[in-house]
Unconditional design. Structure first.
Length: 216
């Protein structure tokens, strides 16, 4: 039975969030393809994981017998998140762009699961796991656009997910999500609608392709 780890980080609920909507479309198809499977779900916006503390950080470099009670407790919380990643056959992450970067809650999750000598290093424990990131954004930061240089979400996530954790990374990018809400962007609404429709189609297609790949 396949296991999907699903991480949401948007502060907006339900249909108000493009990353959640597209992620839900992916997950729906995934569950249809894996009716006996498991979904581990974390909404780090509604239920944030702890930001890294000195105890949580230093515990990773200390032998279990040498850890203080504070280090042991903090490290146990990290290990729980790491084990969820290691158990997953696939990962789905909703990563909206906030002020040109990812939500701090998603960064906190990454800081917890990236552990040198286990999930990072020469032989990362989750290496090769497919991860689909729904990287929504209010504007457009695609190559050739005026704000191309402010694209820090995909660049950063490629570095940590693909470069550090060595996951098999794919992006779905719904853009111009502020067009229906910002009068100054009203002329971009058709482009937003096309982007959203394309993202939903990609979510369905990628979920089916991934299901077939894991079944083979």
């Amino acid at each position: 039975m396949a296991t999907l780890l699903h991480i949401d980080s948007s502060v907006l609920p339900g249909e108000a969030s493009s990353s959640r909507s597209v992620g839900d479309a992916f997950r729906k198809v995934w569950e249809e393809q894996h009716p006996e499977g498991t979904v581990i779900y974390r909404d780090v916006a509604a239920d944030p994981v702890p930001h890294i503390t000195a105890d949580a950080h230093t515990a990773g470099f200390a032998a279990p017998s040498e850890r203080t009670p504070g280090q042991s407790a903090a490290f146990a919380a990290r290990v729980k998140l790491i084990e969820e990643l290691e158990q997953a056959d696939a990962v789905l992450i909703g990563a909206p762009m906030y002020n040109f970067s990812i939500p701090s809650t998603l960064k906190a999750w990454l800081d917890n699961v990236i552990l040198l000598g286990r999930t990072a290093g020469e032989t990362p424990s989750a290496q090769g796991t497919p991860v689909t990131v729904v990287a929504s954004r209010g504007g457009s930061y695609a190559p050739g656009t005026p704000r191309e240089g402010n694209e820090f979400v995909q660049n950063y996530l490629e570095s940590v997910l693909k470069g550090t954790l060595r996951l098999d990374l794919n992006f779905i990018v719904p853009e111009l999500t502020m067009a229906p809400r910002n009068p100054a962007m009203s002329e971009l609404i058709p482009l937003y609608e096309a982007s959203r429709e394309r993202a939903l189609e990609e979510a369905t297609t990628k979920a089916k392709e991934l299901a077939a790949r894991l079944a083979s």
